[in-house]
Design a protein around this ligand. Structure first.
Ligand SMILES: [Zn+2]
Length: 155
């Protein structure tokens, strides 16, 4: 690949494919540098908006990541935003305020382990703690569990 001219290694004339490959690599490195720079100054890694302090992305890019994870595409993030707004940023079970980058998490109403899908109608925003404790229980199972705990330990 290299010819030695005057003791220096010089690249030969590149083929179109090699040129494209080099361009892609340079573009990748440039984006990586931009991401690292943005993280340092508290900006979103995907755009030049301010990042949510606890995250590396801005609110809308955080929603895009959630959309990618739960709905299989980054493009449906507005549906998750609509859901959050229609819930008035509140967990339907605990009533606590849902804060992006803090406790706002997505729950499967019918758990995936019990045949629940990633369909938008099977999703709801809940408090992260609630979600963690609920784990793979359905809403009804979870309420029964809480009732049992209460009756056995508190009542
Ligand atoms: Zn962003």
């Amino acid at each position: 690949m290299f010819s030695i001219i005057g003791g220096m290694a010089r690249p030969r004339i590149l083929t179109d494919e090699q040129r494209r490959k080099r361009k892609r690599t340079e573009e990748k490195r440039r984006r990586q540098r931009q991401r690292e720079k943005n993280i340092k100054i508290g900006f979103c890694v995907y755009c030049n908006n301010k990042a949510i302090p606890t995250l590396k992305s801005c609110f809308s890019h955080w929603l895009r990541e959630k959309s990618s994870f739960y709905l299989g595409t980054r493009t449906r993030w507005k549906e998750l935003l609509d859901m959050l707004e229609s819930q008035e940023y509140k967990c339907p079970f605990t009533g606590v305020l849902l804060v992006p980058g803090d406790n706002a998490s997505i729950d499967h109403i019918i758990p995936k382990s019990k045949g629940g899908t990633n369909d938008i109608i099977n999703l709801q925003w809940v408090d992260f703690k609630y979600n963690t404790i609920k784990n793979d229980m359905s809403n009804d199972e979870f309420m029964d569990y809480i009732k049992m705990l209460y009756e056995r330990n508190i009542k």
